[in-house]
Structure formats: structure tokens, C-alpha cells
Ligand binder design. Structure first.
Ligand code: HSE
Length: 301
């Protein structure tokens, strides 16, 4: 049997929801996979620094899946079309992880549910925010204790758009996590709890007005700002041009603004582009729809 698996880009944290909130974007990596006598890996799209052999991350994750179910991993013929920019805070590694686990599960006859795949993905990734949105789609809230993950996701408002400023360089998530303080002040925790709850309410009630406060953060963004060129100016420009709210996308360096409509998104994109030019910050701006779907599977003949 041959399968096509589409896995969405995701943006995590959305400001206050450090390691807990994620949102699926309408921007997809595609995998085609089938059992084969010998390993055959083909890469398309963004291929720089991606191994086209057994060291490929998607294949490593597939092997983790088979290790978990206690069966030998079959050799496969796999074609990967990578569109999600790598190392930019848009969930490219979560997409490789979810792609590998979903592919393994299909080839094994689906012994695990998506929730079990989420728990395995969380164990491998260390936090469930991107992987949950990549598996279930929409706006996903996840929390975990040890290996146990509780997660729920809702359909995002259809008219809302994500405006992304994507820097022309990558940022290591590992490094962007290492620099965070180990302890936080209670006032900062309270600040973020209220905002994360408000942000969830914004999605549930489609109330874009709540995003301005609901996307504020004190747990990670202040410590990461110096790693991201033009961050305060670009976020301020997005808000001034009519974004409901704006924040660092995941661990960065990309920046995310959410808007109530495509028209407003165009204004926000232009403002971010102009500001980046003025500051001589290199990168691209994109307007992206939000995705109701997480990883999609199509059986092929
Ligand atoms: N939530 C994680 C972080 C990364 O901010 O470090 C998500 O990609």
C-alpha cells in the first residue's frame, strides 16, 4: 500500500502559551511512502542540509515508532516534499516527527490512535504544542504530566489570517530554550495564565479584540528578543497596522501576527515588510490561512 501524508506547518506559544498552545497553518509538507525491498529516499522542495538517507529525521522518527510497538521497521521508498521553512519557528521538526509517526503507524496497520501518537511525539519532542496542532489541526491547547498528554483543539475562525515575517536565517530551538530562566516570578506566571486563557477565549468566541492583550507574554519573549533581529519594531508595526495581536512564532525567529480578515492581513504584511526594509532585516512576509486539519492521509493506488 502507498500513502500520501500531508503535515501542516504550525506556530506555537502564540505569546503566552509557552509549550502549551499551537495553531495549524495552511502550509504543508508532503510525504509519499510505501514498503520497498531497499531504502529509497527522494527529497523535493527545501532540501538544504537534509539527509537523503537513513539519517533523515522523518525516517529516524519512523524507526522510533517501530521501536515503540516492538516490531522491526520495514524498509521503504519515500518521497518528501518540504515546503515548511526549516529552523524558523514554524514547526518543521514537528512536521518531520508527525510525518514519521503517522507513516510508521500506517505501514504497521494503525495499531496506535492519534492520541497515542501525540503522546509518543511529545515524548520525543519534549513539548506538545507544535505536534498537537500538526496532528489535530486548528487551535490546539495541550498540557502534559510525564508521558500523559491532554489536548483539545478547535476550528480556527475562517476569516482570520496569519501574517508571518520569516527571517532569512534559522535559530536553534535548543539554544532559544537554554537561555530561558529556570525560575519565574509569580507575577509573571499570573500575567501569562490570564492571557493564555483570554487567548483561548478569543479563538472560541472568534473575538479578535481579545488578541491584543491575549497574545502578550512575559515567560519567554523578553529573554529571546535579543536573538531576533527587529523583533519589537516588527511586532509594533504589525499591531499599528491593524493586527489583532502579534508574537514570536514558537522559539523564533519568525514573527506571527493574527488578523481578522485577508484585507487587514495585506496591510499588516506591507507594514512588516516596510519596517524590515527600513531596519535592514532580511526576510520574507507571507499571509497564510489557518488550517482546520492536522495531518491528512490519502491512500494511493
Ligand atoms: N514552545 C517551544 C519553545 C517551541 O518556545 O521553546 C515550539 O516550537
Amino acid at each position: 500500500m502507498r500513502y500520501k501524508i500531508d503535515v501542516p506547518a504550525t506556530t506555537a506559544n502564540l505569546g503566552p502559551g509557552f509549550d502549551c498552545l499551537g495553531l495549524a497553518l495552511d502550509w504543508w509538507n508532503t510525504i509519499q511512502v510505501e514498503p520497498s525491498e531497499t531504502l529509497c529516499v527522494k527529497l523535493r522542495g527545501l532540501t538544504e542540509n537534509i539527509p537523503a538517507d537513513a539519517n533523515n529525521m522523518t525516517l529516524e522518527n519512523m524507526r522510533c515508532f517501530f521501536e515503540r510497538i516492538g516490531k522491526p521497521a520495514p524498509s521503504v521508498k519515500i518521497t518528501m516534499t518540504n515546503r515548511i521553512p526549516i529552523g524558523r519557528g514554524l514547526g518543521s521538526s514537528a512536521a518531520a516527527l508527525v510525518g514519521g509517526l503517522v507513516a510508521g503507524n500506517l505501514l504497521a496497520g494503525e495499531p496506535l490512535s492519534r492520541f497515542e501518537l501525540l503522546e509518543l511525539a511529545n515524548e520525543l519532542e519534549g513539548h506538545p504544542d507544535n505536534v498537537s496542532a500538526a496532528l489535530f489541526g486548528g487551535f490546539a491547547v495541550s498540557t502534559f504530566e510525564g508521558a500523559r498528554v491532554t489536548s483539545a483543539s478547535v476550528e480556527p475562525p475562517r476569516a482570520w489570517r496569519a501574517v508571518l515575517f520569516i527571517h532569512d536565517h534559522a535559530l536553534s530551538t535548543k539554544y532559544a530554550r537554554e537561555i530561558l530562566p529556570k525560575k519565574i516570578a509569580r507575577a509573571d506566571a499570573v500575567h501569562n495564565i490570564g492571557r493564555a486563557a483570554l487567548l483561548t477565549f478569543a479563538f472560541l468566541t472568534e473575538n479578535v479584540e481579545l488578541l491584543a492583550v491575549g497574545m502578550q507574554d512575559r515567560l519567554h519573549q523578553p529573554y529571546r528578543e535579543h536573538l531576533v533581529q527587529g523583533m519589537p519594531e516588527l511586532l509594533a508595526a504589525a499591531r499599528a497596522a491593524g493586527a489583532g495581536g502579534a508574537a514570536l512564532s514558537g522559539a523564533g525567529p519568525s514573527l506571527l501576527a493574527l488578523t481578522a480578515s485577508p484585507q487587514r492581513a495585506a496591510r499588516v504584511r506591507d507594514a512588516m515588510r516596510d519596517t524590515a526594509r527600513r531596519l535592514r532585516v532580511n526576510g520574507e512576509t507571507h499571509i497564510v490561512k489557518l488550517s482546520v486539519d492536522g495531518a491528512r492521509v490519502t491512500p494511493l493506488k
